[in-house]
Design a protein around this ligand. Structure first.
Ligand SMILES: C[S@@+](CC[C@H](N)C(=O)[O-])C[C@H]1O[C@@H](n2cnc3c(N)ncnc32)[C@H](O)[C@@H]1O
Length: 189
């Protein structure tokens, strides 16, 4: 298990900023919800008024969404970390938090569950550039001004496709991504 304390700190800081904005919270790419659980547990009452949507298949990455460069890594993850269905486990993890809702299924199609919601805090951690860009393209208009989008894999070696795709997207919407020493990226609308 990698040491994710600083990455969790970044997510908590971003979510705390967004608690004061209009709009709900969402994570795209949850697995067992380590990062979102830290956000929820630390901020507690501060974000109790926010719906916190957690999107995942809870059973791994659709292999056909991986680029050629991503394919080996995705296969390895699906065969190990994501080999088990973690939906029930993750649901139980968040059972103390009525504001949290798990949305199970293939992204980006499942976004239709929240197309009527505004969003402020968003964490994206899907390990597949094409799906990440499909997600942000779909939700961009739902993001309020000042919304924070934390990109978990942005600066990591082996995630060059995600890095390039996000830089291209940010340029298209007239923004710049902050590269953090944790490996994360931070995009602010
Ligand atoms: C790195 S894990 C997320 C880790 C999580 N952020 C945490 O805090 O531990 C990536 C997740 O993205 C999910 N995922 C990838 N592509 C997906 C897609 N097209 N639809 C739904 N879930 C997807 C996988 O099932 C996997 O659980």
């Amino acid at each position: 298990m990698p040491d994710i304390r600083w990455r969790a700190h970044v997510c908590i800081w971003a979510a705390s900023n967004c608690a004061r904005l209009d709009g709900d919270f969402a994570e795209f790419g949850v697995n067992t919800g380590v990062l979102s659980y830290m956000v929820q547990r630390v901020l507690g009452e501060e974000i109790a008024h926010k719906k916190f949507y957690l999107f995942d298949t809870f059973h791994g990455i659709p292999p056909e969404t991986a680029s050629t460069a991503e394919a080996d890594h995705v296969r390895a993850l699906n065969d190990t970390l994501y080999a088990q269905d973690v939906y029930e486990f993750t649901k139980a993890q968040f059972s103390d938090y009525p504001n949290v809702e798990l949305v199970r299924g293939f992204l980006p199609a499942t976004i239709q569950a929240i197309t009527d919601r505004k969003l402020s805090y968003v964490s994206i951690d899907l390990n597949a550039a094409s799906t990440e860009i499909a997600v942000i393209s779909e939700i961009w208009e739902q993001l309020v001004g000042g919304a924070h989008i934390v990109l978990d894999d942005y600066g990591f070696g082996g995630h060059e496709d995600q890095n390039a795709a996000w830089n291209e997207y940010a340029a298209r919407v007239g923004r710049r991504i902050l590269a953090l020493p944790t490996g994360q990226g931070l995009l602010i609308k």
